[in-house]
Unconditional design. Structure first.
Lengths: 115, 235
């Protein structure tokens, strides 16, 4: 068995499940948003504000932001381990990507719960 | 009929870098032949041209090469496949080149070794032999026929990038063959060895392996079954 510590999951199966589960959340959120925008024309500030003031939407958005973090972490790790062979460079790049993903999550939480 | 051919040439003892050498072959109008026969005719012109071949009938898997961008066995690929276009012959991609069309397959065999390609059975040995029912034997169809020509693994980007960690389509086809063999009792141990982020899960199902397999096998399907077995075991 090949070991690794930098991926998010504890094993290949764990990564496999996490990446697909997060993809389902992202797909649901995308479909919902596209449908919402299509069905609410014109999309005014009030409509948008009311949507994100509702607790279920805030939770759904938070869930989606976590799904982005999980999906990006595993996906970026896979791409970097394919194409960047220098361990120091790969480690540094992954650190930057994961920190950026956490920053997006933190910013998203502040924005969504600040509505 | 004139055949325009370009062959990858590299002799590390003489050449500083690889190059494509053009050849022309005069054959009778309407002639068809296998790429291996064409290479043998070229070798008569240029004896320094180096390639592997043995059985010349698609059984031994020695003469896997890249022909006009697609891996295959030279001995069972007719030149008519290329419809009169210039024929470009290169070594199997992603592997270190020893000379001309001969590649070093050490990494490929190392991955094959990892999957323990033999029956493991810790039960008391039967008096004569381990029997299989026709139904149990049927499960192995489409798996045991692999001749290890390496056409599939060397067509797989995941194997190109991680040949030391990803087992590759050929090795995984063999792995599944032993995982579902009714006589094998090491299923759990075999799955444990594969449950990491590289060995199996680097396969993203692009099916290059299926596209090039000269025996018409389906490694992607076998890999999918291994993933399902790992998933069922984990959840």
């Amino acid at each position: 068995m090949v070991t690794n510590a930098a991926s998010l999951g504890r094993s290949g199966v764990h990564d496999f499940i996490l990446i697909r589960a997060s993809a389902i959340v992202l797909a649901c959120y995308t479909i919902f948003m596209v449908g919402f925008i299509a069905c609410n024309s014109p999309l005014t500030y009030d409509v948008w504000h009311n949507l994100f003031s509702a607790l279920p939407m805030q939770v759904f958005t938070l869930l989606t932001l976590i799904a982005v973090l999980v999906h990006a972490w595993i996906g970026v790790w896979q791409v970097l381990t394919d194409y960047v062979k220098n361990v120091a460079v790969r480690g540094a790049l992954q650190f930057v990507f994961v920190m950026a993903a956490f920053s997006y999550l933190a910013a998203g939480i502040l924005i969504v719960w600040g509505v | 009929m004139k055949l325009d051919i370009a062959v990858y040439r590299y002799n590390p003892d003489v050449d500083t870098k690889p190059y494509m050498k053009d050849y022309t072959l005069e054959v009778a109008e309407g002639t068809d032949m296998m790429v291996l026969d064409m290479l043998l005719l070229l070798k008569e012109q240029d004896s320094s041209l180096t390639f592997r071949r043995s059985c010349r009938e698609g059984v031994c898997g020695s003469d896997g090469v890249n022909m006009n961008g697609k891996n295959g066995l030279a001995c069972i690929t007719p030149i008519s496949t290329f419809k009169g276009k210039k024929i470009e012959i290169r070594p199997l991609p992603g592997m270190p080149v020893i000379r001309d069309l001969v590649v070093d397959l050490t990494q490929f065999y190392t991955q094959y070794e990892k999957i323990k390609p033999y029956l493991i059975n810790d039960e008391k040995a039967p008096a004569r032999e381990h029997l299989q029912s026709p139904a149990e034997r049927k499960h192995l169809d489409g798996l045991y026929e692999c001749i290890m020509c390496a056409c599939c693994s060397t067509a797989c980007p995941s194997f190109w990038w991680n040949p030391d960690k990803f087992i590759g389509p050929s090795g995984l086809l063999h792995a599944y063959r032993f995982l579902i063999d009714s006589r094998d009792t090491a299923t759990e141990e075999r799955l444990s060895e594969l449950d990491d982020a590289y060995s199996v899960f680097r396969c993203h199902g692009i099916m290059n392996c299926v596209d090039v397999c000269p025996k018409g096998l389906n490694p992607t399907k076998a890999i999918g079954h291994i993933k399902s077995m790992l998933l069922k075991r984990a959840v």
